[in-house]
Design a protein around this ligand. Structure first.
Ligand code: FES
Length: 97
């Protein structure tokens, strides 16, 4: 189960392994800001409140774009982090601006 939250909406969808968080948002009609889908713009940045260990480890792009402290605190790029395993995952869209 994947809970997707933005400033305007909150939706619980089925977590599909192999898809990114952004893939889920697009597939399930959640208005999730993004632009590049390559891990460089950070418009898809998000905070993972629960289920961090159910997601892929940070990609090289995330390591480059986000500060180590942000990764440690649970911030990720939605276009980069992939659901590895089903469980309870809760993610909030947190772009810088
Ligand atoms: S869409 Fe640009 S970093 Fe995710």
């Amino acid at each position: 189960m994947l809970e997707l939250k933005t400033r305007k909406t909150q939706k619980t969808v089925e977590a599909v392994t192999g898809l990114t968080i952004l893939d889920h948002a697009l597939k399930d009609d959640v208005d999730w800001g993004f632009s590049c889908t390559r891990g460089t713009c950070a418009r898809c940045r998000c905070y993972v409140a629960s289920g961090r260990d159910l997601l892929s480890v940070p990609s090289e792009e995330e390591e480059d774009r986000l500060e180590p402290e942000e990764l440690e605190q649970g911030y990720r790029l939605a276009c980069q982090c992939v659901v590895k395993q089903d469980g309870t995952i809760s993610v909030t869209h947190k772009p810088y601006f």
